[in-house]
Write a protein that binds this ligand. Structure first.
Ligand SMILES: Cc1ncc(COP(=O)(O)O)c(C=O)c1O
Length: 310
């Protein structure tokens, strides 16, 4: 079965989905995207798309920032996605990448007077970071870009060059992921993840004005911690030194799931092993995202059975 794309309003083999080399988004990064997971549940013989509606709500917000006019509702975008994944026939975990972009084949730095288009690709996808053993991180020498430069609360393609600088620096220095600080020295986020600390049995995460992407996994974790474990999350500024003194630390993201951080800047977090609360949240999250916890099935859209958009 060849991989398919949703491209120019049709489902086509990926090999037929091509854009011209003059496309505005390719030159100026004038596009925005989402990353959505489809999780295979072998028992149910079902692929569940996790929090599809929330991802498209965020995509439409990013489009607003970029003056991209998508002529589709959230329900329509979810339907295209379900159809594409079903057409592709996957029976394993997948990653879905919707992209809204300035499609005019035109030069000139601007957001206005350009045509827009939308595509989706779907691909198989394994683990992104080591969720089993945890990872070592470093704080980046690259600052997180400010809201008044390119707003990080939008998932804007051009902005991700900032993330790429940080990630490559970390990996080339022997770390799995970078933790970026804001221009006023507060902890912001990883190159593709939000960050949480556990301090005195409380969860702490940077607030929404600390130049973060408002992660859907972040929101999921805050809700699960409160409702299932009775643990509140404090959203506030975090100083760099708090990273080193935390009892536990983990990263959250669609790709990263809940990834424990066991070391930052060559300092052990807690005893340097995965913490208790991190493990409990991981267990809850993994069951929920692949449709094993019936209480949260409304977050999971089945691809192969009678279609229900969560
Ligand atoms: C910069 C950044 N922060 C955080 C996240 C986590 O967001 P989510 O949990 O919605 O995947 C992502 C991934 O999309 C990201 O790219």
């Amino acid at each position: 079965m060849p991989p398919y794309a949703f491209f120019q309003k049709k489902y086509v083999p990926l090999s037929e989905a091509k854009i011209g080399i003059m496309t505005h988004a390719l030159h100026y990064g004038t596009a925005c995207f989402e990353g959505i997971r489809g999780n295979w549940n072998a028992e149910d013989e079902q692929l569940y798309i996790f929090r599809c509606q929330e991802h498209y709500q965020r995509l439409l917000n990013s489009c607003k920032l970029l003056k991209i006019n998508l002529p589709y509702s959230i329900d329509e975008l979810c339907q295209f996605t379900i159809e594409l994944v079903r057409e592709s026939g996957f029976r394993e975990d997948v990653y879905i990448r919707p992209l809204a972009y300035k499609s005019s084949e035109a030069l000139g730095v601007r957001l206005h007077d350009l045509e827009d288009d939308f595509l989706i690709i779907v691909t198989t996808f394994g683990p992104y970071l080591d969720v089993t053993n945890g990872i070592k991180c470093s704080t980046s020498s690259w600052r997180r870009i400010d809201d008044n430069m390119i707003p990080p609360r939008g998932k804007i393609c051009g902005l991700y060059v900032n993330n790429a600088f940080a990630k490559t620096e970390a990996v080339e220095n022997g770390f799995a992921e970078a933790i970026m600080l804001t221009s006023d020295d507060y902890v912001s986020e990883g190159s593709g993840e939000n960050i949480f600390l556990v301090t005195d049995q409380q969860l702490v995460t940077p607030s929404c004005t600390d130049r973060i992407l408002l992660g859907i996994t972040r929101a999921t974790v805050i809700q699960l911690a409160k409702n299932e474990l009775g643990v509140e999350t404090l959203e506030r500024h975090i100083d760099r030194s708090e990273l080193y003194m935390a009892d536990e630390c983990f990263l959250t993201g669609t790709a990263a799931h809940i990834t424990p951080v066991v070391e930052i800047d060559n300092r052990k977090i807690g005893p340097g092993t995965i913490g208790k609360l991190t493990r409990e949240l991981q267990q809850l999250y993994f069951d929920i995202e692949c449709g094993k916890n019936k209480k949260y099935l409304h977050w999971c859209t089945p691809v192969y059975a009678g279609i229900r958009i969560s």
